[in-house]
Design a protein. Sequence first.
Length: 260
Amino acid sequence: KVIWTVLVAILGYASSLPVRDDSLCSAEELAKYKIIFTGKWSQIAFPKQYPLYRPPAQWSSLLGVTHSSDYSMWKKNEYASNGVRDFAEKGEAWVLMKEIEEAGEKIQSVHGIFSAPAISSGTGQTSTELDVHPRHPLVSFVVRIVPSPDWFVGIDSLNLCEGDHWVEEVSVDLFPYDAGTDSGFTFSSPNFATIPQDTVTEITCSSPNHPANSFYYPKLKILPPIAQVTMVKIKKSQLGLSAPIINLPAKTNEIIDSVS
């Protein structure tokens, strides 16, 4: 009787635990996606302190991973790993790749790593392909904003699985984040380590609330997206064929503001 009571209590507790998003995926075994990153960082859209030289506005290479909910590349309001810090500050990917590989070896939480070439201007496109698996349906990535102290854009754990099928296409507007490891206010700020380290925070038109901030536009309610990412499922009939770069329709992205 006592054992039965304990067993019922344990089962009741287990049923109250949160269910992982990726545990509900019952889609086909594997899916392949084309991921297109579009930079929208133009002088018209973001006129304040827009970097024109040494170096001009541009994007680093994209580094991403497909994974389960047991792994996290980065999260808003949490501390950035050493790998994310190095990538956000200097664009160096070795430590971050090592962290990803170690997570895959220890808890089998990572399915694969993918990357896309850098963009040599603030606007433009880069693309690559990635594979997702029912046990690893989440996608995360980072792209460094160049130049910047420790700013980046990215996605944290986007689920491409909906029950028994993979989503056909998804687009997400991207906004700047501060890795919390460097205290610079402007794109060209010298290195000034944040001690103690702060958490990852979203940069908005009013935060950091300081006129020196390169993204400080007090007359706006929200910043326009600085980039966009689109993921398109590749049909089985297209596998093995080179997928063309998708030219996404242009959207207005201008800041209507008088900036000295």
